[in-house]
Design a protein around this ligand. Structure first.
Ligand code: PMP
Length: 342
């Protein structure tokens, strides 16, 4: 709550509410004798995720360069939070939005995009990159063939990491009064960890990338995992391995690899012990942050980025039957991960 008499800001549009998200201290799940862990609540952005920042930044950049003109159409291949952010920005600034989505996208996600008035073009999710039906290929073609079409291209668009270097990183530095010692963040496109990491590294902060156990980013074999929107796996049919141009892997000092079970049990602990309802990539980041905290000791200050809310994952991460079937509810049922990380 604000101070007495402080009613909070009045925004000229919903987009002014992007960024300046609170840091929240974890109180109950931090290891004894470990460093405090504070979390950056990116679900507090108006579209519900960290990707609102990149969505707005990419659109403003395209407007400034003339790549996106009034009445134009925003196109992207995405079924996730970037689509929701771009759909929100498109609605607020008067653009048409078209998203190419893999055909397995959940009805909830499709409904969210539609709720903002965006158009959705489903395409097979499991085709090789050279196939004209591939999500990125089809999105690029629609952008090229639509008059005033503009492809956001989050995996290659430098406005994505840049916005985190200009906003997320400096916010965290200011909010901790310069006391942060470690930043922990997962990487999807790598925009968050690259940008925020670039800023905080200049202040001597150690940058830790949190990565799903089998993800290629952290040296895994590229086999699939359940935590969504982070890490990098090999194409299930072709084995293709394409790394995003925006992810500067020289930024993280090291990677903490976390199994699905540990990430998802951390998601549940955050809800039940801290009152924080978050998504799987947030559980991943906090699981890694708890390890970093234990190793850093009481003089450290660890900040973990929590990219989105748990609300769109209720039927998975918060469903005991789903977790039990996959063997994630009980740590003892995860021999591989338990053996390796002790
Ligand atoms: N978590 C979630 C839930 C996301 O949607 C994303 C974006 N793909 C990320 C983490 C990773 O963010 P970034 O693309 O900046 O690496």
């Amino acid at each position: 709550m604000g101070a007495d008499g402080d009613g909070g800001p009045v925004h000229g549009s919903v987009l002014d509410g992007i960024g300046a998200t609170p840091l929240v201290r974890l109180n109950r799940i931090v290891p004894e004798g470990g460093a405090p862990v504070w979390v950056k609540t990116e679900w507090a952005n108006p579209g519900g995720s960290v990707k609102d920042r990149a969505a707005l930044a990419m659109v403003l950049d395209a407007e400034a360069s003339g790549a996106l003109a009034p009445g134009g159409t925003i196109v992207e291949g995405t079924s996730g939070n970037t689509g929701i952010g771009l759909a929100m920005v498109a609605a607020a600034r008067g653009y048409r939005a078209v998203f190419v989505v893999p055909d397995r996208t959940t009805p909830e996600k499709l409904a969210l995009l539609g709720a903002y008035g965006a158009e959705v073009v489903p395409t097979p999710g499991l085709v090789p990159r050279e196939d004209p039906r591939h999500v990125q290929q089809l999105a690029a073609r629609i952008a090229a063939e639509t008059p005033d079409g503009w492809l956001a291209d989050q995996y290659a668009n430098p406005a994505n990491p840049d916005v985190h270097e200009r906003t997320t990183g400096p916010e965290i530095w200011a909010q901790t009064g310069g006391r942060i010692t470690h930043l922990v963040a997962g990487a999807g496109t790598g925009g968050t960890v690259t940008g925020a990491g670039r800023h905080l590294r200049r202040h001597g902060v150690e940058i830790v990338a949190a990565d799903p156990w089998t993800s290629r980013y952290g040296g895994g074999d590229g086999s699939p995992y359940y935590v969504e929107a982070v890490g990098h796996y090999l194409h299930p049919l072709t084995g293709a391995d394409s790394w995003p141009a925006v992810y500067d892997t020289a930024v993280p000092d090291r990677t903490e690899r976390v199994g699905d079970g540990e990430s998802l049990r951390t998601v549940r602990r955050l809800a039940r012990e801290e009152g924080l309802l978050v998504g799987g990539s947030a559980g991943l980041a906090v699981a890694a942050a708890l390890r970093v905290s234990a190793a850093a000791g009481p003089d450290g200050l660890v900040v973990a980025v929590l990219p989105d809310s748990g609300r769109i994952y209720l039927s998975k991460y918060f469903d005991d039957a789903w977790l039990t079937t996959l063997g994630f509810l009980d740590a003892a049922e995860e021999p591989l991960v338990r053996d390796v990380i002790g």
